[in-house]
Design a protein around this ligand. Structure first.
Ligand SMILES: C=C(O[C@@H]1C=C(C(=O)O)C=C[C@H]1O)C(=O)O
Ligand SMILES: NC(=O)CC[C@H](N)C(=O)O
Length: 793
């Protein structure tokens, strides 16, 4: 635990430009306490000045936009010249911070000819000052702007440069003020790929900063309790709930661990496919609600089936726009919901995240009271849509936000978990008196296993009679769609308009060039009108599962929503020990019969794709660093190529731990965060937004013009055993069941009324400065096609 005398650094954040990575680097390099606060917490330098008296140093962080624009840079614009002599303290500027420092003392702000986002450059430096003892520096850059200090400047001294030959020429990489205690770097010392210019440079700065404080005899005021409440490193959700509740009995009740245990039995039946078990439980009947989280390809392992009951399975639905939760059971008809609203007028304090944290805390089962080989013992299964994540960034939802459930979760008491590696099947229940169900289910599964002596492939498709005019391959699909008039009963695929998509790519690149973002994950929705009577959603799912097998396949049939997923991407998992893993994918190459893994590697290990991936790795580290234990965030795999049915993907794996040990940074915190805290604070998934997240989401909203909804959200489980696993909802078709489309016959047109159900598939890709618009359109289509396979006979 840090003592009262531990030095403190204040880090001004300019909206999530990898700020928590910088905070972690500062903590590791200096041993100081680092408080992070949003720049717009202060509206005038004089306000900030009061707080600075409690800090040993200040860091002006990176950020989107321009140091000339007050909206982007806030009080830092005036800071450099307006701090009174007595308030002066050591400052380190990073990127936007460097630009701001330099233009305050005569530098000229310019645009780079070739912007540098996630690009590694060799840096030449003076070898002294903050570079004392530092040798080679290879530094990651995220910038579109730079400063030109040409001409003799008697205030700013240049300390480092890159050559950028044939592109930008010499670009300033580090500087200091000649008389004031101000230093700055243009590159990102906290990036995972910066070598030589990270920790050592920050340590040098810290030494110089402390020397300056000492020489000045600068006294540091002690207490900052008033400030603490603004820390952006929050207490855990449960901790917040306890504090808010202010009713110790109620909270004791929540936190009291009861004697719940998991009753279970196990059979070994590798020949029984998880889909067969689903069918035994009625998945093929579309009137049944169903929850199936599947592992249909490597590196997936477990397939999880929630055995739902109309009478007793609890259902939680959250509506983001109006801020309320509906609690009910699945089968209530018409559904009788118990509605609880958050906020001032509501009955509930806190928000949906605290609500869910409390919901699960009450249902927690001790680690030794269930089958250790199964990651899921029961718990919540469902989805959280994109807009719920957007709301956590303090971005308002549009008033036209669809009034559908933004989160739907079922509380699963009975479950079947298949370990697809070992063939073990766990039949589990959280109910006290449930032996009859356990026994009968075990017998049914054993019987089915005895009958299926050989591993069964996905069941044959049986829906051909229902499909209307059905198409047999993607090229058929394309051809049929190009026909101007379609016969009634045709599957109608309404794709994104190419010119609009290309235009949006160009807009993205304009924003990137102006410095508003480093990478934007642009997407578009495709709608599929499927004539009625249509194949069942389960048929679509099994189609997709066999044609585009994925580690995060899933079939979710919940009230008003049906989801058929073949996602390859884990967003976040956490195990019972609190080890969190994020697995962002960024970088895609189409797989055909002639492509090889070697070929894919040659493309995916080129600068463009690596930069794309690196930016998301840094973003994910930033998300995780906000919650995980000090120093625990590690990149386990960096940019590995994985092979899927229709694509090769560039994948990185980032891990960090939560829970267990007391929180060093927030020692007052009595209840440590869980993996769910990481989830709640990391939405929407960085791979679906781009970086920096907030500004990127705002820009994407303005361009895409339509809500993403379930696409780009997350789907998975949080188990009573303390583990969780959530995928990114991509390569997924979903249907809002209320969205049937009825085309009435035109007057004079003899055709009959045509009714179809509407499925949606979102697809997109990361746009960077290096993107080629035609190539990005093709990539979006490849991803779309992989999911359209669900609709081909
Ligand atoms: C946007 C999609 O995928 C995302 C974008 C990727 C990319 O740009 O390479 C890869 C995986 C996903 O994170 C999608 O599948 O629709
Ligand atoms: N990383 C940053 O701070 C970027 C600063 C500025 N927005 C630029 O693009 O140059």
């Amino acid at each position: 635990m840090k003592s009262i005398e531990t030095p403190r650094i204040l880090l001004l954040d300019f909206y999530d430009s990898f700020t928590h990575n910088l905070a972690a680097l500062l903590r590791q390099s200096t041993g100081a306490i680092v408080d992070v606060i949003s720049h717009d917490h202060y509206s005038a330098v004089t306000e900030l000045e009061g707080d600075l008296a409690s800090y040993h140093a200040l860091v002006i962080g990176p950020g989107p936009g321009s140091p000339e624009n007050v909206r982007d840079i806030g009080v830092a614009k005036e800071l450099w010249t307006c701090l009174s002599e007595t308030s002066q303290l050591p400052i380190l500027g990073v990127c936007l911070g460097l630009q701001s420092l330099c233009i305050a003392f005569g530098g000229q702000l310019k645009r780079l000819v070739v912007v540098k986002h996630g690009i590694i450059s060799q840096v030449t430096h003076v070898g002294r000052d903050i570079f004392a003892g530092v040798e080679k520096v290879a530094a990651v850059r995220y910038h579109s702007l730079h400063v030109d200090m040409s001409g003799n400047n008697d205030e700013i001294e240049e300390l480092a440069w890159t050559a950028d030959e044939g592109e930008n020429g010499r670009v300033l990489m580090a500087a200091r003020h000649r008389r004031k205690p101000y230093w700055a770097v243009q590159y990102h010392p906290e990036s995972i790929c910066t070598q030589g210019g990270g920790q050592s440079v920050v340590q040098n700065w810290w030494q110089l900063a402390q020397q300056w404080n000492k020489a000045r005899g600068r006294g540091i005021r002690n207490s900052t309790s008033e400030l603490r409440k603004f820390w952006s490193r929050p207490g855990s959700l449960l901790e917040q709930a306890v504090q808010r509740e202010n009713n110790s009995d109620a909270m004791k009740d929540i936190l009291a661990s009861d004697n719940t245990k998991v009753h279970y039995s196990t059979i070994i039946a590798p020949q029984l496919a998880p889909t067969q078990i689903c069918e035994l439980l009625g998945s093929a009947d579309q009137n049944n609600d169903f929850a199936f989280l599947d592992s249909a390809a490597s590196p997936g392992r477990y397939s999880i089936i929630g055995v739902l009951s109309e009478e007793s399975t609890q259902l939680l639905r959250f509506h983001a726009l109006d801020g309320y939760v509906e609690e009910s059971t699945l089968g209530k008809s018409p559904r009788e919901f118990h509605r609880i609203a958050f906020g001032r007028e509501g009955h509930l304090s806190g928000d949906i995240w605290e609500y869910l944290a409390k919901f699960m805390a009450k249902r927690q089962v001790a680690k030794d009271r269930g089958p250790t080989g199964s990651p899921f013992w029961g718990g919540v299964i469902g989805y959280i849509n994109y807009e719920t994540g957007v709301q956590t960034l303090d971005i308002p939802l549009s008033p036209g936000h669809a009034r559908r459930a933004d989160i739907q979760l079922v509380y699963v008491e009975r479950s079947i978990v298949v370990d697809t590696w070992s063939g073990a099947i766990y039949i589990q229940t959280l109910r006290g008196q449930d032996d009859e169900w356990l026994d009968s289910t075990k017998i049914r599964l054993q019987l089915a296993a005895d009958m299926a002596m050989t591993p069964s492939p996905t069941p044959p498709l049986n829906a051909s009679a229902l499909w209307g005019q059905i198409l047999s391959s993607p090229s058929d699909l394309a051809e049929a769609l190009s026909k101007a008039s379609k016969p009634p009963g045709t599957v109608d695929v309404i794709r994104p308009q190419k010119d609009r998509y290309i235009n949006n790519i160009q807009k993205c690149q304009q924003y990137l060039a102006e410095g508003h973002s480093y990478e934007l994950c642009l997407t578009a929705l495709t709608k599929i009108h499927l004539p009625l009577p249509s194949p069942t959603p389960w048929t679509l799912f099994t189609n997709l599962r066999s044609r585009n097998p994925a580690p995060y396949s899933a079939y979710l049939r919940l009230p008003d929503v049906t989801i058929v997923s073949s996602s390859p991407e884990r967003f976040l998992s956490w195990n019972r020990e609190g080890v969190c893993q994020l697995r962002p994918i960024k970088g895609t190459v189409k797989r055909t019969t002639t492509t090889t893994l070697e070929y894919a590697k040659s493309i995916l290990h080129a600068q463009k794709e690596m930069a794309e991936n690196l930016m998301i790795v840094d973003l994910i580290r930033h998300d995780l660093n906000q919650v995980a234990h000090e120093g625990s965030v590690k990149v386990r795999k960096l940019m590995q190529v994985e092979e899927y049915k229709s694509v090769y993907q560039l994948v990185s794996v980032i891990e960090g731990t939560v829970g267990k040990v007391a929180d060093e940074i927030n020692p007052s915190s009595a209840i440590p965060p869980t993996g769910f805290d990481v989830l709640a604070r990391s939405l929407p998934p960085g791979s679906m937004t781009g970086a920096p997240k907030k500004r990127s989401v705002e820009l994407l909203q303005s361009m895409e013009g339509e809500e993403r909804g379930i696409y780009s959200g997350v789907m998975g489980y949080w188990s009573v055993c303390g583990a969780g696993d959530w995928s990114v909802i991509i390569r997924t078709a979903f249907r809002y069941d209320d969205e049937n489309d009825i085309t009435r016959p035109d007057a004079g047109n003899a055709t009959v009324a045509k009714e179809s159900e509407v499925w949606r598939i979102g697809a997109g890709g990361a746009i960077t400065a290096l993107s080629d618009p035609e190539g990005e359109w093709d990539e979006m289509e490849v991803k779309l096609e992989s999911t359209l396979r669900a609709f081909i006979r």
